[in-house]
Design a binder for this molecule. Structure first.
Ligand code: CA
Length: 256
């Protein structure tokens, strides 16, 4: 797993927070007046970090961390008038135990995203909870126009709003060929197209290199917002590794 974050070229405070440890990748993009968004996103990552010392992850534990983060943000906001209205997105991918077998759990609330990477192709798994996503669904604007739209920062679901809107969840088994995911804030996806994101991920030798290259490219492209990327890569299983060795073996008789 590899992660990188950058304040960008415009903002003074980095309100994004992330977790990239063991079986858990989380990105939270904080928002709110008086630069309290960083508190909201930090509360969220703290709740998820608390799961890592409790044995196998399960769907209910992820749901519990989301609810606990919401409560922590609401009570912190209630304790100080300057913190009122702070909130955060949350998205991520966790390796969970479900029905006695390992599964990937992708979760999302807001407009941060999780992509699945195959080769140099990045496919968005999450659905954005945002005004521009609804305009795209209605055919009013294109995906490219959304990246530049003045309302691109308006989310329709987030943490820190009472009552808590449900998070989307996707549960699926790991691929025997290995899996690769990107979790990121909208500061990345508003600067880089899915095609560019896929090309950078496909060309990077390690998850850490990929995360650093993605964030650097988004800052180079404008850096209008905080930028965060967490890249998860799991190896092929043993069968797939044997296949790969066969494919890469130089065919006999190819020399002169
Ligand atoms: Ca953002």
């Amino acid at each position: 797993m590899g992660a990188a974050t950058h304040v960008g070229r415009v903002r003074r405070v980095n309100e994004d927070s992330f977790l990239a440890r063991d079986r858990l990748a989380v990105v939270a993009d904080g928002m709110g007046g008086h630069a309290c968004g960083d508190r909201a996103s930090a509360h969220t990552v703290d709740e998820f970090a608390g799961l890592l010392d409790r044995g196998p992850l399960r769907v209910e534990l992820i749901q519990g961390a989301i609810a606990a983060a919401n409560n922590a943000i609401l009570s912190d906001a209630a304790s100080d008038a300057e913190r009122a209205g702070m909130g955060t997105t949350v998205t991520g991918v966790a390796s969970v135990e479900h029905d006695g077998a390992p599964h990937w759990l992708v979760f999302n609330l807001g407009d941060s995203r999780v992509y699945r990477i195959t080769g140099t192709t990045a496919v968005q798994l999450t659905v954005d909870h945002s005004e521009v996503a609804e305009m795209i669904a209605l055919g009013q604007i294109t995906r490219d126009e959304a990246r530049r739209h003045p309302m691109r920062n308006i989310v329709t679901r987030s943490l820190g709003v009472d009552p808590l809107a449900p998070a989307d969840m996707w549960l699926f088994p790991p691929s025997p060929d290995g899996d690769s995911f990107l979790a990121c804030s909208d500061g990345l996806t508003n600067e880089l197209t899915d095609e560019v994101i896929g090309a950078i991920l496909g060309g990077a030798p390690t998850a850490r290199d990929a995360a650093a290259a993605l964030v650097a490219a988004a800052v180079d492209a404008g850096g209008r917002d905080n930028v965060t990327a967490v890249v998860v890569r799991t190896p092929h299983d043993s069968v797939a590794t044997v296949d790969e060795v066969d494919v890469n073996t130089t065919p006999r008789g190819s020399y002169r």
